[in-house]
Ligand binder design. Structure first.
Ligand SMILES: Cc1cc2nc3c(=O)[nH]c(=O)nc-3n(C[C@H](O)[C@H](O)[C@H](O)COP(=O)(O)O)c2cc1C
Length: 361
């Protein structure tokens, strides 16, 4: 089957919604088309051993983002979209039955134009504070009865958050469990990648990028670099500290209750995508900063996520640092965080799998 030019409404909607973002561009979904009005989303979890996908949380968020994107894309074709999750079983990727209902009263949502435009920007942004109109627009883009935005603004807060990211990256870069993931998800010497992250979108300068490419050939090289050449310093300064300061603000999306069920993360994903698309609509840039929340869950659930004792210790310290920054209750209820600001659009970005590769029969 070739879908170079999608013909049916379902194909057109899926083709646009493919641009939904997912952690490390894993696109944890496949579609099964039933007829002109019904299709199935087969969710996937990134991997049993993926350190960034504890209990499938990151995949559930991505699936929520996908469902919100599908819902918006459907308005382009004057359709209402309804996605029903089949039974919720912990640790098991979900299946959604999706129904399209044509309704001429439904008009295209203005956010539709931003679906393909939206992209992560990992490079430094302008420090100009967000205007109150910008903050209001993004804060009101989500269901305010269920979520609220906590802003970390001003030099002091940006610096504190940048140091949280800087310390947190020390976990990522020194545990073999994260190395295994990074090895899989970076496409080297690339501006675009259909199924991974191109190295040019990482936000590092060319010399550091080449050093990382060399080092990531084996865990032994990474270990040696970390031990003898203070190997984590440069990547952490370039990828965490500088961008953490060079932005308008950091934000945390806080749910009204601590997420418990996988479906709570799917719901959060829907809010996250509205938030991110509204940021794009305002011509602002965004980078998710999710690893402090991921490692904190390991700490609060007492799960030994790495064989490196120092890594577990660092995660406990970062968890305390996050609590000091936003408060313990907020940290428990946080579903997403990131940095935001005005700036140039990313020149390198992840692309997506072709639609025909996402459709299963
Ligand atoms: C749930 C989720 C978590 C993410 N976490 C991070 C993160 O911690 N750091 C980061 O730089 N990007 C993160 N991203 C961004 C993805 O890597 C990015 O969206 C994906 O590679 C697709 O690229 P695009 O957004 O440019 O289309 C995250 C995205 C999602 C949906």
């Amino acid at each position: 089957m070739s879908l170079n030019k999608p013909e049916t409404t379902i194909h057109k909607i899926l083709d646009l919604a493919r641009w939904a973002p997912s952690g490390d561009n894993t696109q944890p979904w496949r579609f099964e088309i039933i007829d002109d009005h019904n299709f199935i989303i087969h969710g996937r979890y990134i991997g049993e051993n993926c350190v960034y996908d504890l209990e499938g949380d990151a995949s559930e968020i991505a699936l929520g983002i996908l469902i919100e994107t599908l819902t918006l894309a459907a308005t382009q074709y004057n359709c209402r979209l309804r996605a029903d999750r089949r039974e919720e079983i912990r640790q098991k990727p979900p299946i959604f039955d999706v129904q399209l209902e044509p309704d001429q009263t439904i008009k295209p949502d203005p956010l539709v134009d931003c679906i393909e435009k939206r992209s992560v920007q990992r490079r430094p942004l302008k420090t100009r504070p967000l205007s109150s109109a910008e903050k209001e627009a993004v804060s009101n883009s989500i269901d305010t009865k269920k979520y609220r935005i906590l802003w970390l603004e001003g030099f002091n807060n940006r610096l504190r958050t940048a140091f949280l990211m800087f310390n947190n990256a020390n976990i990522r870069l020194t545990i073999p469990e994260a190395y295994e993931e990074h090895k899989k998800v970076i496409e080297w010497r690339a501006q675009y990648s259909k199924d991974r992250i191109p190295d040019q979108a990482l936000g590092t300068d060319p010399v550091l990028t080449r050093t990382m490419e060399w080092a990531m050939k084996s865990w032994g090289r990474i270990n040696a670099l970390n031990h003898y050449a203070a190997g984590t310093w440069l990547p952490r300064i370039e990828m965490d500290l500088i961008p953490g300061i060079a932005c308008a603000a950091h934000f945390v999306i806080i749910a009204n209750e601590t997420p418990q069920q996988p479906g709570d993360y799917t719901q959060a994903g829907r809010a996250i995508q509205r938030f991110w698309l509204t940021v794009t609509q305002l011509d602002l840039q965004l980078q998710p900063e999710t690893t402090p929340l991921i490692f904190r869950k390991y700490v609060t659930h007492d799960i030994p996520f790495t064989c490196v004792a120092k890594g577990r210790e660092r995660a406990r310290a970062c968890s305390r640092q996050l609590e000091q920054l936003i408060g313990k209750q907020n940290a428990n209820q946080a579903v997403f965080m990131g940095r935001i600001g005005a700036g140039k659009k990313a020149e390198a970005r992840s692309k997506r799998e072709r639609l025909e590769n996402l459709i299963s029969t």
